[in-house]
Design a protein around this ligand. Structure first.
Ligand SMILES: Nc1nc2c(c(=O)[nH]1)N[C@H]1C(S)=C(S)[C@@H](COP(=O)(O)O)O[C@H]1N2
Ligand SMILES: [Mo]
Length: 379
């Protein structure tokens, strides 16, 4: 780990490892690299605070990144020029935009696949929706010049490979040029009105909401405008790709039968109450949570308290802007005492719903958007 980060955390910890600036109740999935997710009841804020934002790292974050000497270079076969910008230049040259943007790791929910798949066993909490401020990617790309043959962008970050080999790239992914050119695609220099948290990409990151979180390059140093589908680290093979056709569980799939994940599927979480808690039979219970749908929006939200036999329609807010998650509320009365499960199901603007069971098994365990369920004891 970078000097000064984990060693201090471990030295201070009398019990679970503490990560500076992160809520102590985030679950740590791995230490090296550091990966942590947010329990659903801690995702209750409308705008995810820095301390409750999940962390997904494949390498070592850069040591002591200096925002004053930091540069972002734009180049590539389809770039009009090669140009570099300091962060101050980005801030001065380009108009600032702020959007609340939902970012979910493609592997969120992986732990539910059977047979188990390799990789971090994310449950529900590899998702966030913070308020990001930066320059529009399209404004910066237009300033540099985008040739007619541009099809993709690819990013490079300043994190280093776990082996510490400086020639090895940690991750270098991207999005098609059409996604890059959307209004909400940002080169962000601030989050929730402050510096981006260190583990979430300080001082500069890409934000391309609604697509796998892996498209949102952290500690951003370089963007390539490509005349082909970007072929950087974790763009090919099994990484962030799913079978082109449905496959039986546990089946081996050849790389040529895999395709890149684009927009993420519709999904929701219950953020209140916390699972495994008691509630009072006499009072109606007001449940709440969030729902999101990749590039689309959520059109309906339902809860079931009887294992899917009947569904109750929830109140659903409009997103504050495109690609933000939506808040839902639902008042429920329980008929009798006892053990209940609450299931939450969102429907996207194309009419697609979340499946109640784990959907299409795939070799790396991506895209599990099955219903979130919590347990309640009504007393
Ligand atoms: N440079 C760099 N960018 C990265 C990663 C990384 O390891 N290095 N991880 C990606 C993945 S897989 C995800 S899900 C998101 C997670 O963003 P967060 O850690 O800010 O929540 O960052 C993406 N960007
Ligand atoms: Mo991810």
């Amino acid at each position: 780990m970078p000097e000064g980060l984990i060693p201090i955390g471990i030295a201070d910890a009398k019990g679970p490892i503490k990560i500076p600036d992160k809520h102590p109740d985030l679950s740590i999935l791995s230490n090296l690299p550091i990966n942590m997710e947010t329990p659903p009841h801690l995702l209750d804020d409308e705008v995810t605070p820095a301390g409750k934002m999940f962390v997904r790292n494949s390498g070592h974050p850069p040591e002591n990144p200096d925002p004053n000497s930091w540069t972002l270079t734009i180049e590539g076969e389809s770039a009009g020029h090669q140009m570099s910008f300091t962060i101050d230049e980005l801030k001065e040259k380009f108009k600032h935009y702020t959007y609340q943007i939902q970012i979910e790791c493609g592997g969120n929910g992986r732990s539910e696949f059977r047979p188990r798949v390799k990789g971090l066993q994310w449950t529900y909490g590899a998702v966030s929706c913070a308020s990001w401020t930066g320059a529009r990617l399209k404004d910066v790309l237009a300033h540099v010049g985008v040739r007619d043959d541009a099809v993709y962008i690819g990013y490079y970050g300043a994190d280093t490979h776990l082996s510490r080999d400086p020639d090895k790239v940690v991750i270098s992914r991207g999005v098609p040029i059409e996604k890059a050119m959307e209004d909400e695609s940002l080169i962000a220099f601030a989050m929730n009105g402050q510096d981006i948290p260190y583990l979430n990409g300080y001082p500069l990151r890409l934000v391309t909401g609604g697509w796998p979180g892996s498209t949102c390059g952290k500690w951003l140093r370089k963007i390539e405008i490509r005349n082909r589908v970007h072929d950087g680290k974790k763009m090919r093979g099994k990484s962030y790709r799913v079978p082109t056709h449905p496959v039986a569980r546990g089946k081996k799939v050849a790389n040529e039968n895999m395709r890149i994940i684009e927009s993420m599927p519709v999904k929701s979480i219950i953020t209140f109450p916390r699972t495994q808690t008691s509630v009072n039979l006499e009072e109606p219970l007001e449940l709440r949570g969030h729902a999101w749908a990749g590039d689309l929006s959520v059109s309906k939200m339902h809860l079931s308290i009887d294992f899917g036999a009947t569904w109750i329609e929830c109140k659903l807010t409009n997103p504050v802007n495109r690609l933000a998650w939506q808040r839902w509320f639902c008042k429920v009365r329980f008929a009798e005492k006892g053990y209940y499960e609450v299931w939450a199901k969102a429907t996207d603007s194309n009419g697609r719903m979340q499946p109640m069971v784990v959907p299409g098994w795939n070799p790396k365990g991506y895209l599990n958007n099955s219903c979130h369920r919590i347990a309640l004891y009504v007393t």
